[in-house]
Ligand binder design. Structure first.
Ligand code: FAD
Length: 526
């Protein structure tokens, strides 16, 4: 007999992993081997717009996991399967081969994944294999935060007020409690040849079609986003406990600075302490940069919130989500992640290319391949948009304010369908998460839950002055403008732009704004 933990790309960790903890307890109880299974599914990566960077990050993390699971005598078997529609049968064939009595996994809330898992449960049931799929991604499971009459929320603020009380322990149950680390199994129980061999099968070097071709890029990304749970926890600690020096822009090792300079005045001087005031600044390193780790589950959202409680020595377990403290503001951001996943679970149409607000389904879009390409490559002639798009290309990550600014620019200034932008971000980012990415795009396109009203359109030049007042961000990512000083950096005059070889703006903002308002006001009209 055996117990199987099926690990997926959103739960790449050993600590505080609910399905793994339950699987481990089951294997201890039955005194049978616990096997961890990971199935690479290239067709799913194509269907879900996964890019090479995300897959490379995943493989790097799987290698770390293989080693740390082996330390507690659990083999991690990484294999590959296609076509994706026969994945349930493939999983079942492995369960049978290993004579499994139990299968454990953490729920993936996306529609295709839910359908697949339902099929796996059916097949397993027919073979008398017990299945448990548990909520682990969200701090509070989708479906639990409801109005008094049992409906889901579609506006963030009331949702947040309803979400918070769920974090407080009730009748002995602590929703933030960490799941137990898997216990070490005696090596002797793996003496069966089939199980023993699983320890020595390596994690593949790459997934065909998803290899990072450029060696420099590979190296740069492994510096920006070091793999493993230890790295994730160090990045969290750096954000919570170290002085905000903000010297770092761009593709640098997040662990190279700060760990040695703990501050004595945590509320005021730490990165998290300053977060309330500076989080929208992009000319410095002002946010946690944990999103790749949260999106792949290398650290859990529970762990992040629990760490904020420890930070303030809060013994009453009252989570601070006020607008007035750095800690509170940061908790609110983590809450957005839960919010968008709840929306995805409640309204699956948002993950099927549909706008949440159906009334905007008929808005007329431009089909301008040149404009789309210029946006992707950071050549729109609007410095802040270009800097942000090049940050995305360089690091596989972009600051939140810049995601909003570039998304709004594509949709409202260039009038290009938000779904093309959504796809491009998924392909480009190391932290691509369907729920958050879709939520962010539908917010920017004014088609989502709690969206930006369609007539409130970001002016990219004033966004630039607010987010990058020093101009350091633009100068760093747009080398053509590296020598420009003063306010001209935000909108260089045409003669200067020509001289520096920097493109002129693709569209005039004021005109584009009017066009967008017209088209949103009367969907269907040009
Ligand atoms: P911090 O400011 O330190 O926040 C901490 C954590 O809270 C983040 O790591 C993230 O997990 C969560 N968070 C913060 N803001 C949001 C938000 N608005 N929505 C959901 N979760 C949030 N985030 C992703 O993780 N994956 C995506 O694919 C993604 N796509 C986006 C697309 C658009 C158009 C927009 C506007 C936002 C998107 N976001 C996405 C949200 C946000 O931009 C990133 O989470 C954030 O920039 C990550 O940086 P950080 O870790 O330093 O954030």
């Amino acid at each position: 007999d055996s117990v199987i933990y099926w690990m997926r790309m959103q739960d790449l960790r050993i600590t505080d992993n609910r399905a793994l903890a339950q699987a481990s307890a089951q294997s201890q109880e039955n005194n049978v081997p616990l096997l961890a299974l990971f199935v690479l599914s290239p067709q799913d990566y194509i269907a879900h717009d996964r890019g090479a960077r995300r897959i490379d990050f995943m493989l790097r993390n799987l290698r770390e996991l293989k080693a740390s699971l082996a330390d507690v005598n659990i083999p991690l078997y990484v294999t590959s399967h296609a076509p994706r529609r026969t994945l349930p049968e493939f999983i079942l064939s492995l369960l049978k081969k290993w004579n499994a009595s139990h299968l454990f996994a953490n729920i993936e809330h996306e529609v295709d994944e839910l359908r697949r898992d339902i099929r796996v449960c059916q097949l397993a049931k027919e073979s008398n294999i017990a299945c448990a799929f548990v909520n682990d991604k969200c701090v509070i499971a989708p479906g639990e935060v409801t109005t008094k009459d049992g409906r889901g929320y579609t506006v963030y603020s009331p949702w947040l007020r309803a979400w918070l009380p769920h974090l407080t322990p009730k009748s002995g149950e602590d929703p933030l409690a960490a799941a137990a680390r898997p216990a070490a199994n005696p090596k002797s129980i793996y003496q069966n040849k089939i199980f023993g061999e699983l320890f020595s099968i390596p994690v593949p070097e790459e997934v065909e079609g998803f290899a990072l071709e450029d060696a420099d890029e590979k190296e740069r990304l492994s510096i920006c986003w070091p793999a493993g749970e230890d790295a994730a926890h160090k990045i969290l600690e750096r954000f919570l406990y170290t002085m905000a020096r903000y010297a770092q822009l761009g593709a640098v090792d997040p662990l190279s600075e700060g760990a040695d300079s703990p501050t004595k005045n945590p509320e005021k001087n730490t990165r998290i302490g300053k977060y309330k005031d500076v989080r929208d600044r992009v000319d410095a390193d002002t946010t946690s940069r944990l999103s790749p780790y949260l999106a792949s589950g290398i650290i859990s959202a529970r762990q992040c919130i629990r760490a904020t409680l420890e930070l303030s020595g809060n013994k009453n377990q009252v989570v601070d989500a006020s607008r007035d403290t750095g800690v509170g503001r940061w908790v609110q951001e983590i809450a957005w992640r839960d919010f968008y996943t709840h929306i995805l679970a409640l309204y699956p149409r948002v993950s099927m290319g549909r706008p949440f607000l159906e009334k905007f389904a008929g808005v007329k879009w431009e089909t301008n391949e040149e404009h789309l390409q210029a946006w992707k490559e950071g050549r729109t002639g609007v410095p802040i948009v270009d800097a942000a798009m090049r940050q995305g290309l360089t690091m596989g990550w972009m600051h939140n304010r810049m995601r909003m600014t570039t998304a709004m620019y594509l949709v409202k200034d260039l009038m290009i369908d938000w779904r093309l932008g959504e796809k491009h971000f998924m392909e480009m980012f190391v932290d691509g998460d369907l729920a958050s990415n879709n939520g962010g795009w539908q917010w920017s396109a004014s088609t989502g839950v709690d969206p930006a009203p369609y007539f409130r359109i970001f002016n990219p030049y004033s966004q630039s002055q607010k987010a990058d007042p020093t101009g350091d961000y633009i100068r760093y990512f747009v080398p053509e403008l590296a020598k420009v000083r003063g306010p001209e950096i935000h909108n260089p005059p045409p003669t200067l732009a020509d001289k520096l070889g920097y493109p002129r703006p693709l569209v005039e903002h004021a005109e584009a704004r009017q066009r967008a308002i017209r088209r949103y006001k009367t969907p269907g009209q040009v």
